[in-house]
Design a protein around this ligand. Structure first.
Ligand SMILES: Nc1ncnc2c1ncn2[C@@H]1O[C@H](COP(=O)(O)OP(=O)(O)OP(=O)(O)O)[C@@H](O)[C@H]1O
Ligand SMILES: [Mg+2]
Length: 297
């Protein structure tokens, strides 16, 4: 489409929508690739392709809350969906993704895995039997990688239970010869580091907080290309970029929320571009102010 060189073709096409539909479009989830995400996605592909060996390499994707960890692994999962296996008895599941149960609960961990595979198990089944069932089922589905999100959940609560859960992951990884990818916050890394056997199996891959540098400029330029506003905002230019980084405290989730609110504001006011003024009057409450509000209670 002509007339909107600041936008991607898809975003430019959205300019024909009503204002309301444009706002709805802005609220929908979207994926924007950035340098570090592409690097980690590449490393995940390598893990998936890794030749089977008794001691498979594992990975720990670490970052602050709201900084894109789950979105990143979702992107990877979407690329490797489960599929029918015409020659085998079970489906192919290249990537098994689970969320860790809310506490260090071995049975909960098995249930999460079985649930993903639509396998039912009697409630009364012993933990040992459940473990055997998980291993047997996973051996049938051509598993390539196991991903455990919210790993820090397993690491809350009594130490012995935490260790138990980590040993379960180690056991399953060894038994199936598949890499395990843990996803979590800094607490997860600290807990893994306390066990040398785990520390040398899990390589941390960090999604760092965003700083005011060229990488941030590129990310903001990408946001600008996908937000369907009629006028360019020059988000990556220093005055706006710096303001956005400060308000959003350096996480991609906060930046996305801020830019969505500012873009919707720009549509509703007719300004059709994100200005420094829009950042403060769009109704977005920065994390620093949320903390302040909580401390006033
Ligand atoms: N690559 C991306 N492109 C666009 N938006 C993104 C991207 N990654 C993350 N976001 C935005 O950031 C929000 C938070 O991302 P995500 O849920 O992946 O964070 P997280 O690190 O898993 O947080 P938590 O530790 O709290 O689970 C998303 O809802 C989305 O709005
Ligand atoms: Mg998450």
């Amino acid at each position: 489409m002509t007339g909107a060189p600041h936008l991607s073709d898809t975003a430019a096409a959205k300019l024909d929508l009503s204002d309301q539909d444009r706002c709805q479009h802005i609220r929908k989830p979207r994926w924007i690739g950035y340098g570090r995400s592409q690097e980690i996605l590449g490393k995940l592909e390598d893990l998936l392709e890794h030749p089977l060996q008794p001691r498979m390499p594992n990975m720990l994707i670490v970052g602050e809350t709201n900084n894109g960890k789950t979105m990143l692994v979702t992107k990877f999962r979407e690329k490797h969906p489960a599929s029918e296996n015409p020659t085998g008895e079970a489906i192919n599941v290249p990537v098994l993704y689970i969320q860790a149960p809310p506490g260090p609960d071995e049975r909960g961990l098995y249930n999460a895995m079985l649930g993903r595979l639509f396998e039912s198990a009697p409630r009364s089944e012993s933990t040992d039997a459940k473990r055997d069932r998980v291993v047997a089922v996973l051996k049938r589905v051509n598993l390539g990688i196991i991903m455990v999100d919210e790993l820090q959940h397993l690491l809350a609560g009594p130490y012995v239970k935490q260790r138990n859960c980590l040993n379960v992951l180690k056991y399953i990884g060894n038994e199936l010869c598949v890499p395990i990818v843990g996803i979590g916050t800094a607490e997860a890394v600290r807990a893994i580091q306390t066990d040398p056997q785990l520390a040398n199996r899990f390589t941390p891959e960090v999604l760092p907080k965003w700083e005011k540098n060229a990488e941030l400029g590129r990310l903001l330029a990408s946001f600008e290309r996908v937000l369907p506003l009629r006028k360019p905002s020059r988000l990556s230019a220093p005055p706006l970029a710096s303001r956005i980084a400060d308000l959003a405290s350096g996480t991609i989730g906060e930046m996305s929320a801020l830019l969505n609110a500012a873009a919707i504001h720009a549509i509703k006011t007719g300004a059709e571009q994100i200005t420094p003024e829009a950042l403060t009057s769009c109704g977005y409450v920065p994390p620093s102010m949320r903390k302040q509000a909580a401390s006033m209670l």
